[in-house]
Design a protein around this ligand. Structure first.
Ligand code: BJW
Length: 236
């Protein structure tokens, strides 16, 4: 991206499932999406986990295995954001709703996973957050406190508070450019970031998405097309 932007300065980039679609990971709300095959209430709420932890573990184990498949890789959208961070003379923060690790594999370092990470688990007894590359079972003991049945995916489910909110709010308040990439704008608080940016009035806001999102009219500029094409074209 050139420095000819009207307001060169810090950039905050919100990403959603759409940026990883062309790497082979499904979105949630598209017609072939994850919520078309799985009940959100059963696999993505604390109540669902309490009712049937084995079902929830099986859902996330399958997605963890998919992430480890040898041909799964970042696409040009992820790579373009890493290049932007490396070259832009001001801070660039990627705030992702995605629990995959494709941004870090592309080289992004200034990254916050607001909905958690597929490759981590958390102990509900001792609060340890642990790297977890393989399957997780109800009977697995916590490596930190040795209790059994206390580990859960390190994922933010509906009704739970997203991670890093103070840092995200501070970055949104200070940015000159806000990009929203590959998200339907259905899930709060992420869907409200554009409201916050606009109410402060100091940042340009751009949506890059396959099609207009729920909140498309709130953005100052919208660019529609596949992330692997529109993201490199916009930032390079
Ligand atoms: C492409 C493309 C291509 C396709 N190129 N684009 C009423 C009742 C109950 C709760 C609420 C309520 N009203 C509000 C709430 C709160 C609730 C909420 O928002 N619910 C709504 C559904 C109404 N939110 C919460 O509960 C959150 N917590 C919360 O609010 O706490 C209160 C609090 C907040 C802040 C401070 C203090 C307190 C938690 C939300 C947790 C979301 N968790 C999930 C699942 C876990 C992760 C996982 O298993 O993977 O996170 S839900 C799911 O949706 C996932 C995603 O991160 C999230 C967003 O989805 P995303 O990324 O936008 O995907 P899609 O599929 O929706 O859209 C993809 C887009 O890409 C589409 O537009 C396509 O067109 C596009 N696309 N291909 C570019 N190639």
């Amino acid at each position: 991206m050139s420095s000819e932007l009207p307001t060169p300065g810090p950039i905050v980039i919100l990403t959603g499932a759409g940026i990883s679609k062309e790497s082979g990971l499904d979105t949630f709300r598209d017609k072939d999406g994850i919520w078309a095959r799985h009940s959100l209430e059963e696999v993505a709420t604390p109540e669902g986990f309490a009712r049937d932890p084995a079902k929830v573990h099986a859902f996330y184990n399958a997605r963890r295995r998919q992430l480890a498949e040898p041909d799964l890789a970042p696409n040009p959208g992820h790579l373009a954001l890493a290049k932007l961070e490396a070259e832009w003379p001001h801070p660039v923060l990627v705030v992702t709703q995605n629990i995959d690790n494709l941004h870090e594999r592309a080289g992004t370092t200034h990254l916050l996973h607001m909905h958690g990470e597929l490759t981590k688990v958390r102990c509900t007894a001792c609060d340890a957050v642990l790297e977890w590359p393989g399957d997780l079972e109800v009977s697995t003991a916590c490596p930190a406190c040795a209790r059994v049945g206390t580990l859960r995916p390190h994922i933010v489910w509906f009704g739970e508070i997203p991670l890093h909110m103070e840092e995200i709010d501070a970055a949104l308040s200070a940015c000159s450019l806000f990009l929203s990439i590959g998200t339907s704008g259905n899930v709060y608080p992420a869907a409200g970031f554009v409201h916050m940016v606009r109410s402060l009035g100091r940042a340009h806001s751009v949506e890059l998405n396959l099609e207009p999102s729920q909140g498309a009219s709130l953005f100052a500029e919208t660019i529609h097309g596949p992330a692997s094409q529109v993201v490199p074209a916009y930032v390079e």
